[in-house]
Design a protein around this ligand. Sequence first.
Ligand code: ADP
Length: 260
Amino acid sequence: VMDEGVSIKGYYEIEKISDSFNQMINRLQKIENSRQEFVSNVSHELKTPITSIKVLADSLLMQEDAPVELYREFMVDITEEIERESKIIDDLLALVKLNKTAGDMNISSVNINELLEQILKRLQPLAKKQNIEMIYESFRPVTADVDEVKLSLALTNLIENAIKYNVPDGWVRVSLNADHKYFYVKVSDSGIGIPEDALDLIFERFYRVDKARSRESGGTGLGLAITKSVIQMHRGAIKVHSVEGEGTTFNVRIPLNYIA
Ligand code: ADP
């Protein structure tokens, strides 16, 4: 090899370059696969309500002299499907916008206690419907440099899920704590829990453990993907612990001072 012009050292260099080239191709291939999967999921999710609307409208049109009550009944269902479609589009737009503006964080000094109290107040009516007790514990006053709108969205999703996937007369406990570097938000519930083999998947876009239940409560499967994205933008972390039939706890950790 040596006297043909390529030294041993040169040979290893070429091998190293080709290795990192292959790694790059693999990474691009993975990104492309997940992009394709996302597009196909989006199409499927958007098509479902449209298909229902079509079936409802067709069956009405097929019946001659359908009574006005029947029209009304079907229109209620059609309206629900339209609302569902809107919700999916809203969540998708929120997610796309988040990813596009990942760089431009609108950071300000935010009182996290107040932020959590506001969120809980807003979700109180939803909790009341299922007679779920909302408990808020703050171990210290916390002020942190965060993007208030994004963080509020992320925490709202977690607390809303704790209510949605709960049992009647259950409870949701939100607690706030901090040390010199981070603040910690813990959201626990007495709900249905998440099967162990689904724990890694719940942060994926459109993933739902129980499609029917998620659908019933107006879920799109995008909430936790949004939440995770926002927490990552704050250089934070989220962990989940769950026992089926007992409940779920999400632990969020976010730096007090934003690191760009
Ligand atoms: P969805 O819009 O369906 O609520 P999310 O992305 O917010 O979507 O959550 C994904 C799935 O994770 C939900 O469909 C649900 O199955 C499960 N999940 C999320 N939070 C909880 C919770 N607190 N308790 C039980 N299951 C949960």
